[in-house]
Design a protein around this ligand. Structure first.
Ligand SMILES: Cc1ncc(COP(=O)(O)O)c(C=O)c1O
Length: 498
């Protein structure tokens, strides 16, 4: 396969195409740097598209020939032309990693500072499932934060491992879970000498950052591996104004949702095995092989390759710099709106500047979200009863932030009514679970569906964790109490253990 190297020519204001290189080097004395960025899967796909074959293999739409016309029009012929899986056209394979896919994973490992990187389809969910399956087993104890994503729980249900819950600090004013104290991890490790793994989420969905360096030091002291679900922090290695990635702070495994903030396509993520990790990468790979589809989408894999190439390039550096600048601009505008508040670093925790969690006096987050959407055509990442979460993305323009700040100024000055706020409704409980049965035993137990009102005193048999953010309200094996009811407004019935 021909190896196509992308060259990027960077000047103060401009990026030049390949064909202009020689001319540009001679003519333009302002050229600052010339960086080589390779993207092997992207190259291989291009090669395949440029050299079409008679196709007698999957996918059956055969380069879009047999697909709904309107859909083809919508996504474009080119996309369908390269909608293929591994095995064909020298594209390499995912399991085992071969060819351009292997090369791309190696380049990603270098870029993120890992020993080994696995590309994930089905998002970071696949990574968490693989961690549960590969690194825990029935009856083994795992220290894990209560506000973990539901995919981590599913990992534990698959293996039958027992969670030792760590409740992070509560940030009551914002009705969210905050940072995880290293001292809590140490206490749990002291009380449970048979713990096999510490598995924590950092940052939180709202951008609260824990002290991973101290947590990692504690794990090393007790010789227990540390897995960090850094799904929302995949840009951290690429800009010094962002928090430090757990890969640099002593974690053994780190998971990144590249599709969330890193610029790849939906569903594509990465799992990194750290340098000097206590974990054997082969164990993780075996689980991934079983969990992954056997028809991986080359489009998704190429988008991971492309996202990594962008982040590593000068253009990517410029994008992350611009993103930080925009986030700071937005935050400074919001500081000047008297009845608007934004979550900021505080005693004991830091925040990621790009995740802006805000609230306005007199409005619930849900109401604010709908005003933004209906009156201003602005869609935010999510809304809670308290506030809304705004993500400052790589791809946002400065004018987007000007528009958003102007809209928020108008909303804050206008007196909207809000029944939700007046009723003080909440949707994210921060309750300590009362565990009556193991997660797995309860999930696989004989069950019955009963009315919510009759469920008090019974043991839950289902996962109730609405997305976003996918954090649990109730889990299999937990006692249902009256305190849960306000958070179950959308449920008429609940599945309980018989
Ligand atoms: C902390 C955390 N981990 C894992 C996931 C799952 O990620 P994905 O959507 O990439 O499967 C999410 C999703 O929101 C998450 O918030």
């Amino acid at each position: 396969m021909a190896k196509n190297i992308f060259l990027e020519y960077y000047t103060k204001q401009q990026f030049y195409g390949k064909s202009k290189l020689k001319k540009t080097i001679k003519q333009n004395s302002r050229i600052l740097e010339c960086v080589k960025v390779t993207a092997p899967i992207v190259d291989a796909l291009k090669e395949a598209a440029d050299n079409p074959t008679y196709q007698f293999h999957i996918p059956g739409h055969t380069k879009g020939n047999a697909i709904f016309k309107d859909f083809k029009k919508l996504v474009g012929e080119k996309v369908l032309n390269i909608d293929t899986t591994d095995e064909f056209d020298n594209l390499g394979t995912l399991h085992p990693a071969t060819g351009p896919i292997k090369e791309a994973q190696e380049l990603a490992a270098q870029a993120f500072g890992a020993q080994k990187t696995f590309f994930l389809l089905n998002g970071s969910t696949a990574g968490n499932l693989a961690i549960g399956m590969a690194l825990t087993k029935k009856g083994k104890k795992v220290i894990i934060n209560r506000n973990c994503h539901r995919s981590a729980l599913t990992g534990l249900m698959i293996s039958g491992a027992e969670p030792i819950w760590i409740c992070p600090n509560r940030i009551e004013d914002w009705s969210i879970w905050g940072n995880i104290e290293a001292s809590k991890i140490e206490e749990a490790l002291k009380n449970n000498p048979d713990v096999g793994m510490v598995w924590i989420t950092n940052p939180t969905y709202e951008g609260v950052v824990s002290d991973i360096k101290s947590i990692s030091a504690v794990c090393k002291k007790y010789n227990v591996p540390l897995v960090v679900d850094e799904a929302h922090g995949c840009l951290w290695n690429f800009n010094k104004h962002l928090p430090e990635t757990a890969l640099k702070l002593g974690a053994d495994v780190v998971i990144h949702s590249l599709h969330k903030t890193g610029g790849s396509m939906s569903q594509s993520s990465m799992l990194h095995i750290a340098k000097n990790s206590m974990i054997n990468p082969d164990d993780v790979e075996k689980a991934l092989k079983l969990l992954h589809t056997t028809s991986p989408s080359l489009l998704l894999l190429a988008s991971l390759d492309a996202a990594r190439a962008t982040l590593q390039s000068r253009a990517g550096q410029a994008l992350t710099d611009k993103m930080i600048k925009n986030a700071k601009y937005l935050r400074s505008r919001l500081d000047n709106i008297p009845n608007l508040h934004q979550l900021k670093s505080d005693f004991g925790y830091k925040t990621d500047v790009t995740k802006v969690f805000i609230k306005i006096d007199g409005l619930s987050g849900k109401r604010l979200e709908s005003i933004l959407e209906i009156d201003f055509k602005i869609e935010v990442e999510s809304a809670s009863d308290i506030g809304v979460l705004i993500l400052c993305n790589l791809g946002n323009k400065h004018s987007d932030f000007v528009y958003l700040a102007n809209a928020l100024e108008k909303i804050a000055a206008h007196h909207y009514t809000d029944i939700y706020y007046l009723e003080n409704r909440k949707h994210m409980p921060m309750l300590e679970p009362q565990i009556k049965m193991s997660l797995r035993d309860a999930y696989y137990a004989d069950k019955e569906v009963i009315k919510k009102e009759d469920a008090i005193g019974r043991i839950s048999a289902e996962v109730i964790a609405e997305c976003p953010p996918g954090i649990s309200i109730l889990l299999p094996g937990e006692l249902i109490t009256e305190e849960h009811l306000p958070y179950l407004n959308d449920y008429e019935t609940i599945e309980v253990v018989k």
